[in-house]
Design a protein around this ligand. Structure first.
Ligand code: BG6
Length: 484
């Protein structure tokens, strides 16, 4: 595979919460990888900002340690690691006081792109934004990056948007949904809009239904407090799965540019019908060989938070009228597997008669692992014995088709952080999208609360609660397997 790396403009990237888990596990390794790939220009630096009692050398040691764990393949090269560490600075700084801000100002260059990464809880967004302005640190080339959770509901997301809007223009705000940075998620757009083959069939006339599965084997260890207040609906459905749904269902944008794409995604969210209570299943994992059950993990024997959710959604517009979208996601399931399946309708008439059975095409887009695309087509079973039909996969594994480099696609953060520096918001959520997603999710959660809904237990290491199967069965359909 030919790798084409175009260096970005000179930049100063400041990470608030620089010693935190996200910064060390995701952002720094992503920056290091882009550095090693030659994407950093000569005048660029990353500055960690945190309250901790550290100096620059101490912070560099923390970063080196993280890179040895999370980018071990590249960090083995001592020269590369040292060269990167020369570009790593640190300021001790407090979002709630003026300490450290002048020192930060002294490290920055007004001519460069300036990106402030808010890798902190949303409670600090407002104080940080205020301090940035108070210390005159916002230049024309300034961007800010914020992470989910972007609010807890519609009201809080509106308040957060208003807070940020008081200090920055929407064009300066980069709201990360890391699923949009995944290579195969971008490929979804390439497949849909770069080929003639699929788009004419991409509607309710030819598509029977669509399934979006994001299954995880991991639990919630280390994030119990957050997760027990969020649950799968807020943690995964409101953002990652809805974003996938948008990319699958949206109309072709006129251009691959930020507002054209985000306008189309927003229309999808706004076209979603409210979900009927009997079209949604919540689950909570029990104990298993891989650890204790949910309630023991969070230390709350009565927790009614879901670690699994499956639902049937409808996009009420001309293209999708009558086509169900089934979405499911859960923790501690049998396998890690994120896949979108587009199930086409049967051919209108079988010239081979009933004995040939029923066959329908299906397109599977595997986001992770084993990124690739499979198209199931029907052919004649080879050999004598009449016209017997069989389904075979046309399998395009990116690793096989594009060479070994594609085997390990770049981490989503590599793409997204560089897009921030480039000033490209296409793969970031706009404020109105986030609010529209909450406006769809809020009544679902309110309904559970009003009814005192309790999630169905499911076995750790299984495919989720049995009721999720029923959700499909009632419609004469079944989930495509979660492949181990
Ligand atoms: C995060 C969620 O946004 O995405 C986690 O908060 C989840 O609960 C994670 O595990 C999944 O991301 P990935 O990239 O591992 O599929």
């Amino acid at each position: 595979m030919v790798s084409r790396v175009i260096p970005v403009d000179p930049f100063d990237l400041i990470i608030f919460g620089g010693t935190g888990d996200l910064a060390q596990r995701k952002i720094m390794p992503a920056l290091f990888r882009r550095f090693c790939a030659g994407q950093w220009p000569a005048d660029a630096q990353v500055i960690g900002a945190a309250r901790g009692d550290l100096d620059r050398a101490g912070f560099q040691a923390v970063v080196a340690e993280s890179l040895r764990s999370y980018a071990s393949d590249l960090a083995r090269n001592g020269d590369a690691l040292n060269a990167f560490l020369q570009r790593v600075g640190f300021v001790r700084l407090d979002a709630l006081s003026d300490a450290g801000w002048d020192q930060l100002a002294g490290l920055l260059d007004n001519a460069r792109v300036r990106a402030f990464y808010f890798s902190v809880g949303p409670g600090l967004f407002a104080p940080l934004a205020t301090k940035i302005q108070a210390h005159n640190l916002a230049t024309d080339k300034t961007r800010i990056v914020v992470e989910k959770p972007f609010g807890h509901d519609l009201e809080s997301s509106r308040a957060l948007n208003a807070t940020l809007a008081a200090h920055f223009r929407e064009s300066q705000i980069y709201r990360i949904d890391h699923y949009l940075g995944k290579e195969t998620v971008q490929n979804l757009m390439a497949v849909r809009f770069g080929n003639m083959l699929f788009e004419p069939l991409w509607n309710s006339q030819y598509v029977d239904h669509i399934q979006i599965t994001v299954a995880e084997t991991v639990g919630i260890d280390g994030r119990e407090d957050y997760y027990d207040r969020a649950g799968a609906m807020r943690d995964m459905m409101q953002n990652h799965l809805m974003q996938l749904l948008c990319l699958i269902a949206m109309e072709p944008p006129a251009k691959f540019d930020p507002d054209a794409v985000r306008d189309e995604k927003l229309k999808v969210i706004r076209a979603l019908d409210p979900v009927e209570p009997h079209h949604i299943v919540r689950g909570q994992f029990g104990a298993g060989a891989d650890g204790p059950g949910y309630r023991d993990v969070v230390g709350n024997p009565r927790s009614a938070t879901e670690s699994y959710v499956a639902l049937r959604a409808h996009v009420s517009n001309w293209r999708w009228a009558g086509t169900p979208f089934y979405l499911r996601t859960g923790k501690r399931l049998v396998a890690r597997s994120s896949v979108i399946n587009v199930l086409f309708k049967d051919a209108p008439h079988s010239i081979f008669g009933a004995a040939a059975g029923r066959h329908a095409n299906a397109l599977s887009i595997r986001l992770q692992p084993n990124e690739g695309i499979t198209l199931k087509v029907t052919i004649k079973e080879p050999g004598p014995g009449g016209m017997r039909l069989v389904d075979v996969p046309l399998d395009m594994s990116f690793a096989e088709a594009l060479g070994p480099d594609s085997d390990t696609p770049p981490d989503a953060y590599e793409r997204l952080v560089m897009d921030v520096i480039r000033g490209n918001q296409t793969l970031f959520m706009r404020g109105d999208e986030v609010e529209a997603a909450w406006a769809w999710v809020d009544p679902i959660i309110a309904g559970w609360q009003a009814r005192g809904d309790v999630p169905k237990p499911y076995d750790s290491g299984s495919t989720g609660p049995g009721d999720a199967e029923l959700l499909m069965k009632r419609d004469g359909r079944h989930w495509q397997g979660i492949k181990p």
